[in-house]
Design a protein around this ligand. Sequence first.
Ligand code: Q46
Ligand code: ZN
Length: 309
Amino acid sequence: MCRGDAVIDVRRHNANFCEEHFLRLCRDQVAKAIKDASMLEPDDRVLVAVSGGKDSLALWDLLVALGYQVDGLYLGLGIGGYSDASGEHARRFAAERGLHLREVDLRADEGFDVPTAAEATRRVPCSACGLSKRHLFDRAALEGGYDALATGHNLDDEAAVLLGNVLRWQDDALGRQRPVLEARPGFPRKVKPLVRLGERETAAYCVLRGIDYQVEECPMAAGNRHLGLKEALNAMERGSPGTKHAFYHGFLDRAVDRFAPGEDDSPVALGACDRCGAPTTGEVCAYCRVAERAREAEPVALGPTRRTR
Ligand code: Q46
Ligand code: ZN
């Protein structure tokens, strides 16, 4: 791009970038993702789901750089030392930049934590965790009056989820796999502005911007089937740079509209949960059922965090 020293090669763009041009590339890719999918209006108030990891902190930083009004929401999952450290990274990021971080603590505010919920319901941890995150992020975005809830799903995440959905031809999931899901009763608008950046790029972005993020892997990630799908895609990407981008963005450009976009088109009418009022097909929503069983169970103690990478 210029005669400056390169700090990173991005093989799918077939180019090396200096610091300034790489940071500009990241901002341009996020701006393009937002524009192409009409994710946000310039004066939207946005809530970013913040985990303390590289993707969500890079996303928060990039949205602020692009001029959006953005608050963060950190959810304390109660996953031992991993959660303690994640919360610290999120709080420090916000404090150093004068940004507003909202917090919900599962154990203190909701009466249970992820390890206990997983054990009590015999779900894999990521299932109980994902269900809780979706419910509490949606609730916070609606109660806070935000125009959109933004999550840090990147190109690697979305390509892996797409591969999993295609391998089993999961029509409903394919229909929902859009970078923007419009608001509907009981749900905020949800956007994924990082779908044009890979995780290597969000990590490099954080390093160059001096963002200190949580590098530990979640100790409960074992059993998450997306890890294997990511490895398979990484092997293909090594042999043919640009494979993930072509796969995921090709799907958005030419195939996603063949699938219904989600529950708003479903013949099943959603009612309101008896306990919390959230949309549900039954009397009590899945979150309230998991929460009730977890609150009745003995809390599960987790060992110290394992360093995996
Ligand atoms: S925090 Fe929760 Fe993740 Fe840990 S238990 Fe799984 S979903 S891996 S992003
Ligand atoms: Zn409920």
